[in-house]
Design a protein around this ligand. Structure first.
Ligand code: HEC
Length: 140
């Protein structure tokens, strides 16, 4: 494993440990560095509907009854605070999150990533990575 990769792992761990504190204090998460992997995941899993830049204008969007959310406006629509926990739950789509936004056309990614052979920790990590990417594309 390269040094950079190892460092990133440590940062990721530190972040997930610090997250409850950050949320408790109501602070806004700063947009972090985005890795190539995060960008690739967004393009592979989300861009078809939400568009390459997240504006909700992907090629599949016209096929859907509901317009995919403009993912660059999540913080703006929440008084400037990125709704980290909610977004994470929506992307996962399992458990509590189910039914939050009705008969969703949005895939249940938690289930999908699990079916691809990941364990819970890996599914969690993958979703956190995607959420971090979304944090990085927020428009002011
Ligand atoms: C098949 C199309 C499709 C794909 C692929 C898709 N989405 Fe969605 N997504 C939607 C639609 C449609 C909505 C909004 C309509 C609804 O309420 O169901 C939505 C809503 C959302 C919301 C809710 C925003 C809010 O505040 O309510 C988030 C967050 C989101 N998507 C993130 C993602 C991410 C991240 C990915 C990739 C991992 C992804 N979506 C992939 C179709 C899609």
């Amino acid at each position: 494993m390269s040094k950079i990769k190892a460092n990133r792992k440590r940062v990721r761990f530190a972040l997930s440990a610090a997250l409850p504190l950050v949320l408790a204090s109501g602070a806004t998460l700063a947009a972090g560095e985005v890795s190539e992997m995060q960008r690739e995941d967004f393009f592979a899993y989300c861009a078809s509907c939400h568009g390459p830049s997240g504006h909700g204008d992907g090629p599949v969007a016209i096929e859907l009854k509901k317009r995919p959310t403009d993912l660059t406006q999540l913080a703006k629509n929440n008084n400037g605070n990125f709704p980290y926990v909610r977004v994470r739950a929506i992307i996962d789509g399992r458990g509590q999150a189910l039914g939050i936004h009705g008969p969703a056309e949005m895939p249940v990614w938690g289930e999908r990533f699990r079916q691809e052979g990941r364990n819970d920790t890996q599914v969690r990590g993958k979703i956190l990575n995607i959420v971090d990417y979304l944090v990085s594309i927020q428009e002011k």
